[in-house]
Design a protein around this ligand. Structure first.
Ligand SMILES: Cc1cc2nc3c(=O)[nH]c(=O)nc-3n(C[C@H](O)[C@H](O)[C@H](O)COP(=O)(O)OP(=O)(O)OC[C@H]3O[C@@H](n4cnc5c(N)ncnc54)[C@H](O)[C@@H]3O)c2cc1C
Length: 404
């Protein structure tokens, strides 16, 4: 089988790219190692993996006609953000109203985003291959030859890696990465609290790492949050070994009981955190997007937001080149995508790295610095507005799909 473009990985980012190119006239194949079917949404328990989608991601998903499918299922808008240092007195409060926005973002279960994307994919003429795991990759003239686990062979001149942090395409194509361990694991789950989350995303920086309570709505009369608790591996191991009542108690204490008692915790998942960044996002006939190109600490909830911007920027570059009759697989064409996205992604990764180090640092001067910094931001409306615009994802060089 041959296609003009093959996208490996139908996660949130690969699916968004396929939809952004569905009217390009290119023959496109989107394949994934897992199934691709949409289950009727029945509500029920929240999925532990959620994303804080920025306004820029919302715009992209609206332009791709995916947002209605998200809104019909379940998503939780938040209008405030409260960040504080657990070992000091510094704190900052951000609000959507301060920049005349309706919301700061939406907390959405990954499964909800994925299903809404898939619904649109199934309505399109795009070629979809489910349960198709890439196993081998090599060049065959100007084409890539992909061999799947079941022995099927696929050819394409242009290959996009959207197969996540452990990208097989990146490894098989020999793309170098810079990687470093955060020495952090993230425990994620959904919890029910005794008090309302007030439509606020809460983040406390503890000595061990950041702890986020993200608001979930949709269960009348109950107060649910999705938590991301980053801590050292031994502490994560200890917390994972606690029974539910002990875990709720430890969580409530670590969160300073800001939302009252933690009454219930769903099943916990523990995810090791590692930062990776591909040294190049492109090669001849090859582009990396989303977590295949970069994976960052979840403390600012930016991973998939950066991925959607990658997908939108790559689609724009390809459509523009197509309009000019250029060969899409040529390196100068694909480098335009890299030039647009790499500086932005690197800046975000550096900021997260700095934050993470500053808040993990114990020496007194650094504690003073971060408390003073938080107070400084709190007292300076211009600095706060700038940070809110960053969180909305509406600053910098935006691809067309993220513009109004
Ligand atoms: C604890 C935690 C919290 C987070 N919170 C946020 C947040 O609030 N906001 C945010 O923006 N980001 C957040 N992120 C990051 C976000 O989850 C990722 O950036 C996002 O899921 C990456 O999407 P992707 O489509 O690039 O990759 P993935 O979601 O990993 O999708 C990759 C796809 O490729 C397929 N695949 C893999 N290998 C193969 C193969 N060999 N052959 C075929 N198919 C293959 C997989 O089946 C999968 O469908 C968080 C991450 C963590 C760990």
């Amino acid at each position: 089988m041959r296609a003009d473009l093959i996208i490996v990985g139908a996660g949130m980012v690969g699916s968004a790219l396929a939809l952004a190119l569905k009217d390009s006239g290119l023959s496109i194949l989107l394949l994934d190692g897992g199934p691709m079917n949409v289950q009727p949404f029945v509500g029920g328990a929240f999925e532990p993996r959620v994303s804080a989608l920025s306004a820029a991601s919302q715009r992209i998903l609206q332009r791709l006609d995916v947002w209605p499918g998200i809104a019909q299922r379940r998503c939780s808008p938040y209008t405030q953000m409260q960040v504080w240092d657990g070992s000091g007195t510094g704190q900052v409060h951000f609000s959507a109203a301060s920049v005349h926005a309706e919301v700061l973002g939406h907390i959405v279960e990954n499964r909800v985003v994925q299903e809404a994307l898939l619904e649109r994919l199934l309505d399109s003429d795009l070629g979809l291959l489910a349960n198709a795991r890439l196993q081998q990759l090599r060049r065959s003239g100007d084409d890539w030859l992909l061999t799947l686990e079941d022995g099927r062979e696929l050819h394409t001149p242009l290959l996009v890696a959207a197969d996540g942090a452990h990208s097989a395409v990146r490894r098989l194509a020999g793309c170098a990465t810079r990687e470093w361990d955060y020495l952090h694991h993230a425990i994620v789950t959904s919890v029910r609290c005794s008090e309302s989350h007030q439509g606020t995303a809460w983040q406390r920086f503890t000595d061990d790492g950041p702890l986020a309570f993200l608001p979930l709505s949709g269960v009348p009369g109950e107060h649910w949050c999705s938590i991301v608790w980053s801590c050292t591996p031994p502490e994560a191991e200890r917390l994972m070994a606690l029974n539910d009542a002990q875990f709720c108690q430890a969580l409530g204490r670590a969160f300073e009981w800001r939302l009252g008692e933690v009454l219930h915790s769903d099943r916990r998942q523990c995810i090791p955190l590692r930062q990776r960044h591909a040294k190049r996002y492109v090669g001849k006939g090859l582009a990396l997007i989303g977590d295949a190109a970069h994976s960052i600490h979840p403390l600012a909830g930016q991973g998939v937001n950066l991925g959607f911007l990658d997908a939108a920027a790559l689609a724009q570059v390809l459509l523009h080149a197509l309009g000019r009759g250029e060969n899409l697989a040529e390196l100068p064409v694909l480098t335009r995508y890299e030039r647009r996205r790499m500086p932005h992604n690197l800046a975000m990764m550096a900021a997260m790295e700095g934050f993470e180090r500053l808040f993990q640092a114990d020496p007194l001067p650094l504690r003073w610095l971060r408390n003073a910094g938080l107070k400084w931001v709190e007292d300076l409306p211009q600095a706060k507005a700038l940070l809110v615009r960053q969180a909305l994802g509406l600053s910098g060089d935006l691809p067309d799909l993220a513009r109004i």
